[in-house]
Design a protein around this ligand. Structure first.
Ligand code: 3NM
Length: 232
């Protein structure tokens, strides 16, 4: 099978990604698990990639989420789609899964594994860390993060244990405090709000419901529209 053989140009065994390439990958970042999708997640991700999604994170959380072999199988299938499209495939939280399937990287929050430990496990793979304030951001930079996730920017119904809403102000705040790492905003970002998140200092937007929550036949168009707002 060709897509299983095709090597990703991003890889846990590769060289560390440059900040410029990282910024491009963050532009329209789809976060997705089977619980977020109205339809087959493979269809949703295929359509999002056709619309120009620049990175995909597999985040299998919430009611009815897959476990065990089914989870690994879906991860491998989504990875195949991302490899064909040439975009990085990131695993949320689960270092063992990321290493097992040779994902392109991993995303962790403050409650997950220590970022320095994750960096030591994944070599040059992409490491994303969710942070909520300057000290966390500085620490993640020191621990070798490639990008920081900042959220929730707006209220979200996709993450029941989300932090208090930050608003846009956290983005210029981090920039002015000297955080130059690529930043992605997350939480409640819609087509209407995408432009202001970029204007406030983010390099990209990460979304669940604005893409994965749509009927499958609207996914491609939604990603195309998000890209237009961001490239403006
Ligand atoms: N992390 P939606 S908010 C996965 O604040 C996630 O770190 C967040 O989903 C954070 O685009 C969030 O549907 C949910 O609001 C994003």
């Amino acid at each position: 099978d060709r897509h299983i053989d095709a090597r990703s140009r991003f890889n846990v065994h590769g060289r560390k990604i440059s900040a410029d390439v990282m910024r491009e990958c963050l532009r329209v970042y789809l976060v997705v698990g089977s619980a977020n999708c109205q339809e087959d997640p493979l269809y949703v991700v295929r359509e999002a990639l056709a619309g120009g999604a620049t990175m995909v994170q597999y985040r299998e959380k919430g009611d009815g989420s897959l476990t065990g072999e089914a989870r690994i199988k879906l991860a491998l299938q989504l990875q195949g789609l991302c490899r064909e499209a040439g975009v990085p495939f990131i695993i949320n939280d689960d270092v063992e899964l990321a290493l097992r399937i040779q994902a392109d990287g991993i995303h962790i929050g403050q409650e997950d594994a220590d970022a320095g430990w994750v960096r030591s496990r994944i070599g040059g793979g992409i490491l994303g860390v969710s942070v909520h304030q300057l000290e966390e951001a500085e620490r993640a930079v020191q621990q070798g993060a490639d990008y920081l996730g900042i959220g929730p920017i707006y209220p979200t119904s996709s993450k029941p244990d989300a932090h208090a809403v930050h608003g846009l102000e956290i983005l210029p705040g981090l920039r002015q405090a000297g955080i130059h790492l690529p930043l992605v905003g997350i939480g409640g970002i819609t087509l209407e709000r995408a432009g202001e998140v970029i204007s406030a200092g983010a390099d990209g937007i990460a979304v669940i419901s604005a893409v994965a929550g749509l009927p499958g036949d609207q996914v491609r168009h939604a990603v195309q529209q998000l890209k237009k707002r961001i490239n403006r």
